[in-house]
Ligand binder design. Structure first.
Ligand code: ADP
Ligand code: MG
Length: 241
């Protein structure tokens, strides 16, 4: 049963991705087609220039997509990262919004870093904060909580924004799913994939008209996971010989 559900989800994603690509690439290609026709009738540099720039748009879209499907920092090493420090830096990127959105933070004051893909985790937190700001139409508050338990680091980002209808919750993280006119629908795809890669978990809680909370749990890793496994294997092999 679980496999079927997973399969259905995958198929839905593929359809969504295909629709997204088609939509993004169709417009410039349609324009190129039109201008090539015009060129046939009266060759001018102007038509050539437009056709060329539309082709460049289509190529740029495809390049962006390739970038997302193979994240730039895919091979980024696990390294020590202090999330409280990174969060403070990220807040400064939204300084032009503080006249309307207040950030209330309660950040873990610890010197013990966790291990993770620093740039990818920063990007994920940025994407969540950006969504929180965008969810608040006028004035509101974003609450950022960051605390640790024995096993995990918790970060929750709560906004007093528009909220998400229950039937749309399952769409979150699907590539190209967006409800924003200028949205890419790739933000949460990045977030979910990075947290998954770090063996973390995400809970989303949302009340339409009241707001949304994204709650992230990351296991406290004290070292690069792969390195730990490899070392262990080598030691066993030597011991038995
Ligand atoms: P984008 O921001 O480009 O639309 P995302 O993947 O970041 O793409 O988000 C997908 C969709 O999920 C958004 O368009 C929005 O409808 C919904 N969403 C995400 N975060 C929030 C939030 N904090 N509050 C309300 N809706 C949200
Ligand atoms: Mg977004």
């Amino acid at each position: 049963k679980a496999i079927n559900e997973f399969h259905l989800n995958q198929l839905a994603s593929v359809g969504q991705i295909a629709a997204g690509i088609a939509h993004e690439v169709k417009n410039p290609l349609t324009a190129v087609k039109g201008f090539l026709q015009l060129l046939k009738e009266s060759p001018t540099d102007e038509y050539l220039d437009i056709a060329q720039s539309e082709l460049n748009n289509a190529l740029a879209t495809l390049e962006n997509l390739l970038h997302v499907s193979k994240p730039d920092a895919e091979d980024e090493p696990y390294q020590p990262i202090k999330l409280a420090v990174e969060l403070e830096v990220l807040f400064t990127l939204f300084q032009d919004q503080i006249y309307r959105v207040e950030i209330q933070r309660n950040l873990l004051d610890t010197e013990t870093p966790i291990y993770g893909k620093r740039n990818q985790l920063k990007k994920a937190l940025f994407n969540l904060l950006k969504n929180a700001f965008e969810a608040i139409p006028q004035k509101g508050t974003i609450f950022v909580q960051h605390y640790a338990t024995d096993e995990e680091i918790h970060i929750s980002i709560k906004d007093t924004g528009v909220g998400i209808p229950p039937e749309k919750l399952k769409m979150l993280g699907t590539p190209f799913y967006t409800t924003k006119p200028e949205g890419t629908g790739m933000g949460l795809t990045q977030v979910f994939s990075v947290i998954y890669e770090h063996q973390g978990k995400i809970d989303v809680h949302s009340v339409p008209g009241e707001g949304t909370t994204f709650h992230i749990k990351l296991p406290k890793m004290t070292n690069t996971p792969t390195r730990g496994v490899i070392n262990l294997n080598v030691e066993y092999a030597q011991g038995e010989d």
